[in-house]
Design a protein around this ligand. Structure first.
Ligand SMILES: C[S@@+](CC[C@H](N)C(=O)[O-])C[C@H]1O[C@@H](n2cnc3c(N)ncnc32)[C@H](O)[C@@H]1O
Length: 331
């Protein structure tokens, strides 16, 4: 028998992969990672702290051990390093909201085979329509992924000491880039363009951080709303390119080039795939999400961004990793 005789384990684990989404989403919903972090290390203690049944607590813990997010140490349960960093509430990059949100998306996967056959959404409307309530749920959840990306961009571009910067965030969502950079650079000012209900969320979050006096919102559709001319030092387009097709991305990049002051920088953040589409793993997976949810979106290759930005008039184009995303910085 060959050393590499296949067993059904891997395929069975993957077929049952939806249980990972279910278990993480339910555990985040009951704040299990936060309770573990705060000292509840047994099923009865967690059940009491979370207000859930002891049987439920034990089953969730078994599932969490199975998927590697919780370790069993001499009869007591502990968060893994990943769960501690990314699933404990209050951490800067806390993904609990994303875990809870993804659990609600699972039903839509039953239509994936039809979506694949059709080449796009078949029952639910595509996400890129005005005032889609989808965004109100997505933007607070995705903000945790934008925290490290905003930090990488600030370091690469030296934003902290760049003086009186003027920033435009297109589709800014929760306003996380503005909040991060305005805190790091007290002379910077930021403008966010998004739908009105989303701008209201951002305005509230920026107010909570005491940054309202340097933060402005423009309500509208970025396909049509004027960006201004030679007005900004920095423009941001984060987690938007994947919902748009090539022509729309080129059109937005061209208008952003014009909106930037000479020498200004555009920062695109997205799940970028290698040119031969061999990786990275998460951006490859995300292609199906865009097939399911958008009319023309996808996960685009480095060479796509390079070609589109060059066509839009940018010449100095560099790529920087901010896992699971990539930052494309263009001047
Ligand atoms: C995936 S979220 C990204 C939020 C933020 N840029 C980030 O990376 O954390 C996409 C954002 O784009 C906004 N958006 C999508 N289509 C838009 C359009 N046509 N005009 C204005 N905003 C749009 C959504 O409301 C949402 O805030």
């Amino acid at each position: 028998m060959s050393e590499h005789q296949p067993t059904p384990d891997t395929v069975l684990r993957l077929i049952n992969g939806y249980w990972s989404t279910g278990i993480i989403g339910a555990a985040a919903g009951h704040r299990l990672f936060t309770h573990l972090n705060a000292g509840a290390h047994t099923a009865p203690a967690l059940a009491e702290r979370a207000g859930i049944s002891p049987r439920g607590a034990q089953s969730l813990l078994d599932g969490l051990v199975s998927i590697g997010l919780v370790h069993l140490e001499e009869g007591t349960y502990r968060n893994s390093a990943e769960a501690d960093a990314y699933l404990v509430e209050g951490r800067p990059a806390d993904l609990s909201a994303m875990a809870r949100l993804k659990l609600t998306h699972m039903g839509s996967l039953t239509g994936l085979a039809d979506v694949v056959a059709a080449g796009g959404p078949v029952s639910d409307p595509a996400v890129e329509v005005a005032d889609n309530p989808h965004w109100g749920q997505v933007v607070p959840a995705i903000a945790a992924q934008s925290v490290p990306a905003a930090a990488v961009a600030a370091d690469v571009l030296g934003l902290d000491d760049a003086g009186a910067l003027s920033i435009l965030d297109v589709g800014g969502g929760s306003g996380i880039y503005s909040a991060t950079w305005l805190e790091r650079n007290p002379r910077a000012r930021a403008t966010q363009l998004d739908w009105e209900p989303i701008n209201a969320i951002a305005a509230r979050l920026l107010a909570e951080r005491g940054l309202s006096d340097r933060f402005t919102c423009i309500d509208g559709d970025f396909h049509h709303t004027d960006f201004g001319r030679h007005a900004y030092d920095i423009a941001v387009y984060s987690h938007i390119a994947h919902q748009e097709g090539p022509e729309d991305n080129i059109a937005v990049f061209t208008r952003l080039k014009d909106a930037l002051k000479p020498g200004g920088a555009l920062i695109v953040c997205d799940y970028v795939v290698d040119d031969d589409r061999s990786g990275p793993a998460f951006p490859l997976l995300f292609a199906c999400e865009m097939l399911l949810k958008s009319k023309q979106g996808g996960t685009w290759r480095r060479t796509d961004y390079d070609a589109w930005l060059t066509k839009a008039g940018f010449s100095d184009i560099t790529f920087h990793t901010a896992p699971p995303a990539t930052l494309v910085i263009a001047r």
